[in-house]
Design a protein around this ligand. Structure first.
Ligand code: FAD
Ligand code: DLZ
Ligand code: SF4
Length: 509
């Protein structure tokens, strides 16, 4: 029997991966490769690189323990291949193989490359998701608007999660009305699970420090799960200690707490150490046992079977050009503040500092602080896309791009967001304790002390009036703007212009 190669990528670390399912243990060779092209297509945060490489090495060990033959190349090996195709070709030569089994990569870039390989490629669909591309297309075709909420209901019906017959448990599909309270510093909070670094991780950490020490991001205090066993522990820890209050503090931001009741499970889901369905079934069980309130359980399950599956459907439906969309024609270069440049804005300083240290910021920080700032100031959405893809430990294009290009920057012209996610300082003030400690004044509307979000918000709406004036969800906002005193409006716009000039000059804003 001729040996076949079985490709396992760094975000395909699942024992149930379709390519492994089709392979034969005694016959086939698993190919896993640490390669410069994958570690360098954006300047990834060192913690993200270390996480992926350590999880890959642990996964390879586990496969070997189970009797698989694994051809694994490390980044620092002599003659290490520089890219995934090179790794495949080198392994094909070594093992005399001419056929490759692979699960479709989660990125257009690698899909295109694999399709061009001069070998027999069997590309299997990635069934670690609940909704296939075909199923998503069938749902989306013919709809005027692709509303996540309706997609989510389909996924609830399909999985039967928190369903009573064909009706949602508790009589409602969505309990967000009970969620999203302002966090207070005295709220009880447990910490997310952290793990000790073993010898494999320590080796990877030294490699990453040597090779990627100049990338934006701190490597010390790693602490992430790198095996399925650890990821399962992180999941259990979250469900027992954090999930009960997940809904309440979902949108809150606190200077003294970077994680609140968020799960930090996204990296483990995205590389395949955890499955979305097993996680949601555990959450459902905790709710059914009375350990978790319905608003928390439903809200969490919605993020996974709703948002996560929905954005993947959009990514593959919209095609490889999606990341180049720029519906609002924004072109400002990414300012230094995103790379830790000096700023007086406490909210931006916090979001960026925690990103640098943890490779993590939670959803509202990504959407309503760094995302909101990017949209209001008119930063090139592709530059922001590359930033988000680089700096977060859970960033893979299929999930990052729809969130950035679509949800956060409205660059897809409104496929994901029915109106742009913009806000003045009032929203950040309501949901956080940042503003009380800021050089800018959140209640001030014009002049040098005014919170930049207050003036940029109106500047954005004013300059995009033609596009948004007919949006039925924005009519009220434009009416409010129109009713304002003309002198005041002029001061608002002039303050915003002055801020943008300072930003363009590279001043510390
Ligand atoms: P929790 O708050 O605990 O949520 C639970 C889980 O729900 C997450 O682990 C995640 O798997 C899922 N989830 C929640 N919201 C979303 C969403 N909007 N899209 C997809 N899944 C979601 N998520 C990524 O996994 N990778 C990214 O690269 C990424 N980039 C983003 C960029 C921007 C501009 C924005 C606004 C959001 C982005 N998100 C991304 C979505 C979300 O911010 C993260 O999934 C979440 O912060 C991960 O932290 P957590 O595990 O503590 O999440
Ligand atoms: C993110 C990442 C990194 C940093 N390094 C590797 C690597 O060396 N080898 C590998 O197989 N995968 C890596 N990955 C994950 C890939 O970039 C990911 O599989 C593609 O982006 C497709 O989602
Ligand atoms: Fe951010 Fe404005 Fe609040 Fe300062 S006042 S923290 S800039 S929202």
């Amino acid at each position: 029997m001729v040996t076949r190669l079985v490709l396992v990528l760094g975000d395909q670390l699942s024992r149930g991966l379709s390519a492994l399912g089709k392979a034969e243990r005694g016959r086939d060779v698993v190919v896993m490769a640490e390669v410069a092209e994958e570690t360098g297509y954006v300047p990834h945060h060192p913690k993200k690189i270390a996480f992926v490489l350590s999880a890959m090495r642990h996964f390879a060990e586990e496969l070997r323990d189970e009797g698989w033959q694994v051809a694994y190349t490390k980044l620092d090996d002599k003659d290490a291949p520089g890219s995934i195709p090179e790794a495949i070709l080198a392994a094909a030569q070594t093992h005399g193989a001419s056929e490759v089994l692979a699960t479709q990569p989660g990125e257009w870039r690698l899909r295109a490359v694999l399709q061009e390989m001069p070998l027999k490629m069997t590309l299997l669909s990635d069934d670690r998701f609940l909704c296939s591309a075909e199923e998503f297309d069938a749902w989306a075709t013919g709809r005027k608007e692709l509303r996540m909420e309706f997609f989510y209901r389909e996924m609830r019906r399909k999985t039967g999660l928190m369903m009573e017959g064909d009706q949602p448990a508790g009589g409602k599909w969505n309990f967000d009305h009970d969620n999203r309270k302002r966090a207070t510093t005295d709220m009880f909070r447990a910490r997310p699970a952290r793990f000790r670094e073993d010898a494999i991780t320590q080796d990877v950490l030294s490699l990453v420090a040597r090779r990627f020490g100049n990338n934006f991001g701190k490597l010390e205090a790693f602490g992430l799960a790198v095996t399925r066993g650890q990821a399962l522990k992180a999941m259990d820890h979250f469900i027992a200690h954090l999930l009960p209050e997940f809904g309440d503090t979902q949108d809150a931001m606190l200077q003294g707490d970077r994680f609140l009741h968020h799960s930090l499970l996204s990296p483990y889901l995205n590389v395949g150490l955890l499955g979305p369905l097993e996680l949601c079934e555990r959450v459902e069980k905790a709710w059914a046992a009375g350990d978790v309130p319905i608003n928390a359980a439903e809200g969490f399950i919605r993020q996974i079977i709703g948002w996560r599956e929905y954005v993947r459907g959009i990514y593959f439906r919209e095609g490889p050009e999606y990341t180049s969309r720029n519906a609002l024609e924004h072109s400002r270069p990414l300012p230094d503040v995103y790379w830790g440049g000096n700023t007086q804005m406490t909210c931006m300083a916090h979001a960026v500092a925690q990103t640098r240290e943890e490779a993590y910021a939670h959803h509202i920080q990504r959407l309503m602080v760094t995302g909101n700032f990017g949209l209001l100031t008119g930063i090139d959405p592709h530059a922001l896309h590359e930033w988000y893809l680089a700096v977060y430990f859970d960033a893979f294009e299929w999930v990052e791009a729809p969130n950035t290009i679509g949800m956060s920057q409205y660059a897809d012209g409104g496929i994901i967001a029915s109106k742009p996610y913009v806000s003045s300082g009032a929203y950040i003030n309501k949901m956080s304790d940042y503003c009380s400690n800021c050089a800018y004044k959140v209640k001030v509307k014009t002049g040098p002390d005014a919170c930049p979000f207050n003036t940029l918000y109106w500047h954005f709406l004013d300059r995009h009036r033609e596009r948004f004036k007919g949006n039925h969800r924005m009519g009220m906002i434009y009416r409010t703007w129109d009713k304002m005193d003309a002198d005041h409006k002029r001061d608002v716009l002039a303050t915003a212009e002055h801020f943008l000039e300072r930003l363009d000059r590279g001043d510390a804003v």
